[in-house]
Design a protein around this ligand. Structure first.
Ligand SMILES: C[S@@+](CC[C@H](N)C(=O)[O-])C[C@H]1O[C@@H](n2cnc3c(N)ncnc32)[C@H](O)[C@@H]1O
Length: 218
């Protein structure tokens, strides 16, 4: 995977500017982001890594909820990072932005109390799903947590059909394994209990599932 080899936020680079609007209209965004924030439960002394942060919406929500938490947003796409930085600047919120892949998450050292990722792993190759989650776990201190919200197994015919729109945008090869349960299988390999969704939000583009993995204390 090189520096240009990734699927952009909305599937094609020329659509990145429409990402925030599309997510608002097509994913019941307020519902799943609120559920993810509640699950993440940020605290004042947290150091949180947002992997595949995109246009920074969730990183900003964390900081708005707990201004004293330190938040680092990571994404391989410089275009989304520009949008994210502009949004944070306009809101007067300080977030550190890094251009990197999910599999780079542990290259900053074991710095973080929590790592989170939203709507990223459905659009990365199989090897990167596994390496990315491993790196998120590797970036978190013992006793910390990894949180993932994403299109995972699509459990009904209706949700499976609606997920077709995401597949048309992001491509079949990377998205199909998620629809068939690949994310749950990868999480189970790291920690069996983490593969059970802690919440599921049905949306006009398929089910978004929320997972939590606890990193064992040393
Ligand atoms: C659908 S967007 C989600 C953005 C954001 N997390 C959110 O909740 O709105 C997916 C993001 O993953 C990023 N991405 C693609 N491949 C990646 C990889 N291998 N590692 C980390 N991020 C990646 C894209 O650049 C894009 O910003």
């Amino acid at each position: 995977m090189n520096s240009t080899n990734f699927t952009p936020a909305l599937g094609r680079p020329e659509m990145t500017g429409a990402y925030d609007l599309a997510i608002r209209l097509l994913t019941r965004e307020k519902t799943w982001r609120a559920a993810l924030l509640e699950q993440l439960a940020p605290c004042s002394d947290d150091v949180i890594l947002d992997v595949g942060c995109g246009t920074g919406t969730f990183a900003l929500l964390i900081k708005e909820a707990v201004p004293s938490a330190r938040v680092v947003g990571l994404d391989p796409d410089p275009e989304v990072l520009k949008i994210a930085a502009a949004k944070a600047g306009a809101a007067g919120i300080e977030i550190e932005w890094r251009q990197a892949f999910a599999h780079d998450a542990d290259r900053y050292g074991v710095l973080f109390t929590k790592a989170v990722s939203s709507l990223v792993f459905h659009q990365v190759p199989m090897e990167e799903k596994r390496r990315g989650i491993a790196a998120m776990i590797g970036a978190v201190r013992s006793g910390g947590e990894v949180h993932v919200a994403d299109y995972a197994r699509q459990r009904s015919t209706l949700m499976r059909a609606l997920f077709g729109l995401v597949q048309r945008l992001d491509g079949y090869e990377n998205t199909e394994p998620n629809a068939r349960g690949a994310l749950e299988a990868i999480l189970a390999d790291f920690e069996p209990d983490s593969a059970r969704p802690r919440g599921v939000v049905c949306t006009p583009t398929g089910e978004i599932s929320l997972f939590r993995l606890k990193v064992a204390p040393a």
